[in-house]
Design a protein around this ligand. Sequence first.
Ligand code: ADP
Ligand code: ASP
Ligand code: MG
Length: 417
Amino acid sequence: MKFGGTSVADTDRIRNVALHVKREVDAGHEVAVVVSAMAGATNQLVDWCEAALKERRIFDAREYDAVVATGEQVTAGLLAITLQDLDINARSWQGWQLPILTSNAHASARILEINGAELIQRFKERHEVAVISGFQGVHKETGRITTLGRGGSDTSAVAIAAAIRADRCDIYTDVDGVYTTDPRVVPRARRLDKIAFEEMLELASLGAKVMQVRSVELGMVHNVRIFVRSSFDPPGSIDPHGTPPGTLICDEEEIVEQQVVTGIAFSRDEAQISVREVQDKPGVAAAIFGPLAEASINVDMIVQNVSPDGKTTDLTFTVPAADYQRSRDVLEKARGAIGYARLDGATDVAKISVIGIGMRSHAGVAAQAFRALADRAINIRAITTSEIKFSLLIDTAFTELAVRTLHALYGLDKPTP
Ligand code: ADP
Ligand code: ASP
Ligand code: MG
């Protein structure tokens, strides 16, 4: 059972969580719980790190981790106290105590190994609930505390579920499942009963923050059944042996009624860079994207035109908005090696992505979107496609209109009551 930030926002909510846990324990289940920091706590910790810095531009990621990992320690202890208050045997665990061994990539570490034996033994011998701090681990060699990147408690939960070979990994959050798009933006979004790992992976990596991308990746590799559900459903009203409302993330074979389009994701954290009048010759793309890769900048959509005269052309691509200035700096520095007339850029752009396994076998899905957006006078700046998704870059101001238009176009709106 994993509970996110809003679900543990204060001690009343933590008690509510404890009652969800109690229900499962009373039903005879052996339970490991993973908790996030209380809502807003991680943001506060990140702000403090930034405020502490005056002279340098970036902080030591090891110390950043030492600070931001503390949010989860508080909730794990508080939930253990609350469970004990309900006469449930419970013990809290920090990442370094289990241990959850990770790579050295501070602030975005990868889980390498978790030993679940101790937890399993305690289930058997003491009927003890394990309450584990999400988001954190410990570097395999240095022993220093690491964190898994924002939203990383989802990944902790799926990794622990795999390590203890859990029957299920329930992700309790502030919505009752995975929707066709963010229900906060599109009230007519529908909850999906099931979604395939691959589709969830695309949704998550293209902007839907309901699950961290790596958690879905892990679930897919280790075949963990992930069930997304609400922590706000009253704990007592739920039958622990029944099927509560929620979304199962599973293998595509398990989904009988496959839609062409399953969901729409969007991200406003994009920036566009156009390199004008570059030489149209071998090696130019390498000269541009090589230095960006060396600077660990993730380039996403890439559009290059064929030059009319075989001499120069324009090359446009997107980077995370946070890396916009750095990307420009890198390209300015490499200007001599690349050879271009000028750089243009925009940060007021958004990426809208349409996802569905059914696209593999249906033609013309994207063409419908182009028509619908044109009818609303929304200009498309760039397009990319892959087997089960396509993404469109548009002006940020049109994000909601575009998402709602496409949501209706592909029949995802829930029927009007
Ligand atoms: P938690 O704190 O429990 O980890 P998050 O805030 O990380 O919760 O994720 C839940 C939020 O994800 C929801 O409140 C919702 O606004 C957002 N979200 C974005 N896209 C979707 C989607 N397709 N389905 C459900 N929720 C979504
Ligand atoms: N507390 C961390 C964050 O806010 C991890 C998580 O909630 O999943 O990013
Ligand atoms: Mg989250």
